[in-house]
Design a protein around this ligand. Structure first.
Ligand code: ZN
Length: 233
C-alpha cells in the first residue's frame, strides 16, 4: 500500500503524471527532483542533488554499460531539467579510486570527473558527483532538509540518529564533499549493509531506492521521522 500521509513534508507524487513518463528513468528522476525541490523544508534553494543510474549503449563499442545521471554544477533540483544534469560512465568514475591521491588533492579530482563524461550534452559535474557514483543504488537523493540538519548539527547528532532510526541509518561526521567523502559513504554502506540512508554530520542526508518512487518515499519518511522527533520535544 502506498504511504501518502505526511505531516511535515508535502507528498506531491502524482501517479498519472508519473505514468505518463513510462519507464523513462531519467524523466522519473527529474520528476522526483522537481517535486522534492518544490518543498523548501526538504531542501534549501540550490541545496542538494539527485541522481539515477541507467543502462545505456556505449557509442564507441556498442556494449551496454551503466551511466549515472546526476544534477550538475549550479541550479536547483526544483527546476532541474535534462539540460542541468551530467551523464557519466559509472565504471570510469569508480576507477578514479586508482588515481586518487588523498584529501590534499581533491581539486584535481573535479577535472577528472570530466574524463568520465558519457553524455556530450552534460552540464559540468559538481564536487558531489562521486558521492552518488560510489553508491550502488539506482536512484539517490542528497538533500539538506531543515529537520535533518537539526539532527546533523546537534552536538550528539550521532546518538540522536541512532535513537530515531536505530541500525537502519548510517552516520558520517562532517567533512568537505569530495572524493574522500565518497569513499566514506561507500565504506559506511559496506559496514552497515541494509541501511536506508546516511546522515552527514553538520551537512544533510543521503537516501535511496530501487525506483524513483521508492527513493522519493524513503526520503520523505526519513525527513518525516526527523521532524516527528522534534515535534515530541
Ligand atoms: Zn550537500
Amino acid at each position: 500500500m502506498k504511504v501518502t500521509t505526511f505531516q511535515y513534508v508535502n507528498y506531491l507524487w502524482d501517479d498519472a503524471k508519473a505514468a505518463s513518463l513510462g519507464d523513462n528513468q531519467i524523466e522519473l528522476f527529474l520528476y522526483r527532483s522537481n517535486i522534492l525541490g518544490a518543498d523548501l523544508r526538504i531542501t534549501n534553494y540550490g541545496g542538494g542533488n539527485t541522481s539515477c543510474k541507467t543502462i545505456e549503449k556505449d557509442p564507441l563499442t556498442g556494449e551496454e554499460l551503466e551511466v549515472m545521471w546526476v544534477k550538475g554544477s549550479g541550479g536547483d533540483i526544483g527546476t532541474l531539467t535534462r539540460k542541468g544534469i551530467a551523464g557519466l560512465y559509472v565504471d570510469r568514475l569508480r576507477d578514479l579510486k586508482k588515481v586518487y591521491r588523498g584529501v590534499e588533492h581533491e581539486d584535481e579530482m573535479v577535472a577528472l570527473f570530466n574524463h568520465c563524461i558519457y553524455d556530450l550534452d552534460s552540464k559540468a559535474p559538481s564536487i558531489d558527483t562521486p558521492l552518488h557514483g560510489l553508491l550502488p543504488f539506482k536512484h539517490i537523493d542528497h538533500l539538506h532538509p531543515d529537520a535533518l540538519i537539526a539532527v546533523a548539527a546537534a552536538k550528539d547528532g550521532e546518538a540522536i540518529t541512532k535513537e530515531i532510526w536505530g541500525d537502519t541509518m548510517g552516520w558520517i561526521p562532517w567533512q568537505r564533499p569530495g572524493f574522500d567523502l565518497a569513499l566514506k559513504l561507500e565504506k559506511c554502506l559496506q559496514d552497515n549493509p541494509g541501511i536506508r540512508g546516511i546522515v552527514l554530520g553538520n551537512h544533510g542526508l543521503f537516501t535511496w531506492g530501487d525506483t524513483s518512487y521508492d527513493c522519493y518515499i524513503n526520503s520523505l519518511e526519513v525527513i518525516e521521522a526527523a521532524s516527528n522527533n522534534f515535534a515530541k520535544l
